[in-house]
Design a protein around this ligand. Structure first.
Ligand SMILES: Nc1ncnc2c1ncn2[C@@H]1O[C@H](COP(=O)(O)OP(=O)(O)OP(=O)(O)O)[C@@H](O)[C@H]1O
Ligand SMILES: [Mg+2]
Length: 270
């Protein structure tokens, strides 16, 4: 063993990732690591490359150059499903839920996908449904529902749930597979200020209680700065800043990128 590898490898890491769409350089040699039990934020103005990097990490997009590692292993050629089996979970910007099922049933399904892989299909095919759940399953599902503040709506069908509640359910479902790292794509989009505060508090608690790592890809810069241990800032596919929230907040390059994006000519007067 090399003596250089004394630190624990990142749960997931992008190394030198480059993506081109035709003539457009969407990502240029981007590095980003999500260490164990940490919250890492990824922000940047519109078109900066955030969603592209998210797709590369989750295995939906193959980069032109660079590598993706999970727990120190190169997974660049592993499918999204294979990365999920290695402990990567993600949510989607638009929650994809089954209208006929209750909140609790969504979490049960996700739990069984991981813990009783073969059984879920026979249940679905035979109509065995949700009978006789094992004690472990009951306990785990109930504790996830409680952690996300969903106990009160556990038996409601998901159709008609407010967006904020659907997002919390998506996160409960993602956690039901016991991931090592959770990638969140714009988790606050469509939420009001109160729902966003609740989401931030819930996510912070989950990291502390479950030891899961989070990568937060967000438009809401304040949410990211408020929650993250480390923040990365992309602009036009290039990493322009990386550091603690305080460092990133004070970085003139970040101010220029955001002011440039929002105010055009006015950036010089800031
Ligand atoms: N499939 C694609 N084909 C061509 N160009 C693309 C594709 N996906 C993204 N792009 C371009 O790549 C650049 C980065 O896009 P990306 O969606 O990663 O940015 P983003 O930071 O997520 O932006 P936003 O904040 O608007 O979500 C943009 O210029 C975008 O138009
Ligand atoms: Mg995006």
């Amino acid at each position: 063993m090399s003596t250089a590898s004394v630190t624990t490898p990142a749960r997931i890491e992008a190394r030198g990732v480059t993506v081109r769409f035709g003539g457009l350089l969407a990502l240029s040699e981007v590095d980003l690591a999500v260490p164990p039990a940490s919250v890492v934020g990824l922000v940047g103005p519109n078109g900066a490359g955030k969603s592209t990097l998210f797709a590369v990490l989750s295995g939906l997009l193959t980069p032109g150059a660079g590598a993706v590692l999970m727990d120190g292993q190169d997974v660049s050629r592993a499918s999204a499903q294979a990365r999920a089996r290695r402990g990567l979970a993600r949510t989607f910007q638009h929650p994809e839920l089954f209208p006929g099922l209750t909140v609790r049933e969504h979490v049960v399904l996700a739990y069984r996908l991981r813990h009783t892989r073969h059984r879920i299909w026979t249940d679905l095919v035979t109509g065995g449904g949700f009978r006789r759940p094992p004690v472990d399953e009951e306990r785990r599902v109930d504790s996830l529902l409680a952690a996300l503040g969903l106990t009160g709506v556990a038996h409601r069908p998901v159709s008609g749930l407010p967006l904020g509640t659907s997002r919390l359910l998506e996160i409960a479902r993602a956690l039901a597979v016991d991931p090592g790292v959770l990638l969140l794509d714009e988790p606050s989009s469509g939420l009001d200020a109160r729902e966003t505060d609740e989401l931030a508090a819930t996510l912070t608690r989950i990291v502390a209680d479950h030891g899961v790592s989070l990568l937060l890809v967000e438009h809401d810069v304040e949410l990211v700065l408020g929650m993250s241990d480390v923040v990365h800032v992309l602009d036009f596919g290039v990493k322009i800043s990386e550091g603690s929230p305080a460092e990133v907040r004070a970085d003139p390059a970040v101010r220029a990128a955001y002011l440039g994006a929002e105010h055009g000519e006015e950036r010089a007067s800031a």
